[in-house]
Design a protein around this ligand. Structure first.
Ligand code: ADP
Ligand code: MG
Length: 397
């Protein structure tokens, strides 16, 4: 692994790609700076070595092909000054003499943030000329933007080719790659995947890729009702993708063939309304009355899942068990989080990924009990689908 750990960057000009795409409120105040804090170990290491850093980051989805005042990285630059306790050089000007001069004048330990890298129309197209222009600002490349590793953009992947012998993973990226590889190459067994969420269609790639790798597959969340209906269950108004029922049957056939044990939770918590004040009942998952909708797994399922989880050595969890955003329907997700945390306490390796799943685990204050919580929603999901991530490949090759 090309890690920055073993390198001394003193006197170097490091081009660092990070994921600082933080949420902001109407007044441009950053409402959650987790993503920025996650790259601080990398920034601190480079600064304390005596490197100067030129940071590249994107913010939102610019559409106009140039500067857009609403999407300037200025608030991020200000916040980075607070986090680092250092001046952060920043200009709203795009690449040109001013930016070149600013980068050239950086001294040891100084930080510069380039304006929103997606203001350049070439960025998301992976334009090589843009990558080359950017590469001229520094003398080596460090990628710490795992959240953008599934994109083949100029600053996330293409730029690496201009530093064939001087490209590295930052600490955040290195940690993600190490954990993902641990999960997919030679995981201790039994290996259990717990896959949930609302739609089968968004998880097909993951289910298919995991078929060859896991011993147990637990199918939860809204998507399990497509499976249940496909095998003749009554699911009432529960979420279902009728056009994916054939595929669900096919997936179950393939799991049988490969000897993968799959689990569809036996009971469900159903509600007569999509609200916290709805009337609720526990029923068998294949016998949901017509006007009711499944919102979560039931207590019998929790018991069954506890056993599967506690007997696993490797666990991958993506997708909540129920509509956890509504407190009345969050119990199943909370139970699973607790069992997975307990299994980790007993020495299992557990990875949690996906935007909503990670939010759930954090909300339940169990994130630090897990072996590994991925910082990259889309990037982690694509990795689990078996795809090679351009941001990782560009550093490795
Ligand atoms: P992740 O972001 O972790 O990959 P998904 O986006 O696939 O997860 O799924 C999360 C969503 O699934 C949540 O918004 C949750 O409310 C929804 N969900 C879970 N169970 C159900 C259910 N039984 N019915 C409807 N939606 C559900
Ligand atoms: Mg999601």
């Amino acid at each position: 692994m090309k890690s920055i750990k073993d390198i001394n960057f003193k006197g170097r000009k490091v081009l660092l790609r990070v994921d600082f795409n933080v949420p902001v409120d109407d007044n441009k105040n950053i409402t959650d700076d987790t993503r920025m804090r996650e790259s601080m170990p990398t920034i601190n290491k480079l600064v304390s070595d005596g490197a100067s850093i030129i940071i590249m980051a994107h913010f939102g989805r610019p559409k106009k092909g140039g500067f857009e005042p609403e999407l300037t990285l200025e608030p991020v630059a200000k916040h980075l000054e607070e986090l680092t306790g250092r001046k952060v050089y920043f200009t709203q000007e795009l690449l040109g003499p001013k930016v070149t001069e600013m980068a050239a004048n950086l001294k040891e330990g100084e930080i510069m943030l380039l304006e929103n890298i997606r203001f350049y129309p070439g960025e998301t197209k992976g334009d090589e000329e843009l990558a080359e222009q950017l590469s001229k600002l520094g003398d080596c490349y460090v990628n710490d933007a795992f959240g953008a590793a599934h994109r083949e953009h100029s600053s996330t992947a293409v730029i690496a080719k201009f530093f064939p012998n001087d490209k590295y993973f930052g600490f955040l990226m290195e940690n993600e790659v190490r954990n993902l590889e641990k999960l997919m190459q030679n995981p201790p067994r039994p290996f259990t995947a717990i896959i949930g969420g609302s739609k089968v269609s968004s998880k097909i790639g993951i289910l298919e890729n995991l078929l060859d790798k896991v011993d147990n597959m637990v199918i939860i969340g809204g998507m399990r009702y497509t499976f249940t209906k496909a095998i003749g269950g009554k699911i009432g108004k529960s979420i279902c993708e009728d056009d994916k029922m054939e595929l669900a049957l096919e997936l179950m056939r393939r799991m049988d063939e490969k000897g993968v044990k799959y689990f569809l939770p036996s009971d469900s918590l159903i509600a007569d309304d999509f609200s916290n004040n709805a009337n609720t009942k526990i029923v068998p998952s294949n016998a949901v009355p017509d006007d009711w909708e499944s919102m979560d797994i039931g207590p019998e399922s929790c018991k069954m899942l506890k056993e599967v989880i506690m007997n696993s050595k490797t666990i991958l969890w993506n997708g909540p068990a129920g509509v956890f955003e509504i407190p009345a329907f969050s119990k199943g997700t909370k139970e699973i989080a607790t069992y997975v945390a307990e299994a980790c306490g007993k020495g299992a390796f557990a990875a949690v990924g996906g935007g909503d799943s990670v939010a759930a685990v954090k909300q339940m204050q169990l994130a630090d009990k897990m072996s590994y919580v991925s910082t990259g929603g889309g990037a982690m999901l694509e990795y689990l689908e078996g795809k090679e991530l351009p941001g990782i490949k560009a550093i490795k090759e």
